[in-house]
Design a protein around this ligand. Structure first.
Ligand SMILES: Nc1ncnc2c1ncn2[C@@H]1O[C@H](COP(=O)(O)OP(=O)(O)OP(=O)(O)O)[C@@H](O)[C@H]1O
Ligand SMILES: [Mg+2]
Length: 217
């Protein structure tokens, strides 16, 4: 509110000013103020992140993953190979499927962009699921966890942003807002999970771990 209220004031004042102006040339400037205020408000909304609580339901992890695969196949017109390697024995887990899908999608989109921007030959993204035993997440030991890995053969994460990768507004892209990963992390935190990354040239791997034994822990 410390940002949004003054922004609303600026926008309102520009609107009033616009009414007092007669020449279209001058109105262009008030329009600019209004547009940019809207952009900023949008950014603040995204920075604040998802503000709804997860709506948990029992879900097969592969359902949102398959959705992403078909979305991406349509999107990349098959230029980038997206393969899957699922462990079918992973039990259903309690998640908000929309939130999970958004988190993974943000990671997959980054992989697509990295592969495209670097013009990597034979671009390839792999979606992998596994069960992990005895995993510590946020200081809690879990006897069972599900892992989703998104692996690409792109250039790797630029060294200068590796340490701050998940912070908001960290980006290496000219038009990037640097929010994709910070939002993904917030969403996964809502599920008591974690995201890790392992990256070198030719191999970047994001690993989402979600506890399966949430109740006992
Ligand atoms: N698979 C990847 N390969 C190489 N670099 C990556 C990969 N994933 C993320 N990055 C780097 O991490 C940065 C931050 O990613 P993030 O999704 O948070 O922001 P963004 O993609 O730049 O912008 P936005 O997602 O808001 O459009 C990216 O700009 C990119 O430099
Ligand atoms: Mg992104």
């Amino acid at each position: 509110h410390e940002i949004k209220n003054p922004l609303g004031g600026i926008r309102g004042a520009a609107q009033l000013l616009e009414k007092a102006l007669s020449s279209p040339d001058e109105k262009e400037f008030t329009q600019l103020i209004i547009e940019q205020s809207d952009r900023l408000r949008n950014l603040v909304d995204r920075l604040l992140g998802p503000n709804s609580l997860p709506r948990l339901e029992w879900c097969n992890l592969h359902r949102p993953l398959e959705k992403i695969r078909s979305l991406m196949k349509a999107d990349t017109s098959q230029a980038i190979a997206i393969s899957r390697d699922y462990d079918p024995s992973i039990p259903d887990i309690k998640v908000d499927p929309d939130m999970l899908q958004q988190a993974v999608l943000n990671i997959v989109r980054n992989a697509v962009q990295a592969l495209r921007d670097s013009k990597t030959p034979n671009p390839h993204i792999r979606l992998v699921t596994r069960i992990e035993r005895q995993l510590t997440i946020h200081g809690q030991r879990h006897s069972l966890a599900a892992q989703i890995k998104v692996i690409d053969n792109g250039p790797g994460i630029p060294a200068d942003i590796r340490d701050t990768l998940f912070y908001p507004l960290v980006t290496s892209k000219e038009t990037g807002s640097g929010l994709g990963l910070s939002i993904a992390q917030t969403l996964i935190n809502h599920h008591d999970g974690k995201i890790e990354v392992d990256s070198r040239p030719g191999h970047t791997e994001f690993i989402i771990s979600l506890p399966i034994d949430r109740k006992e822990s």
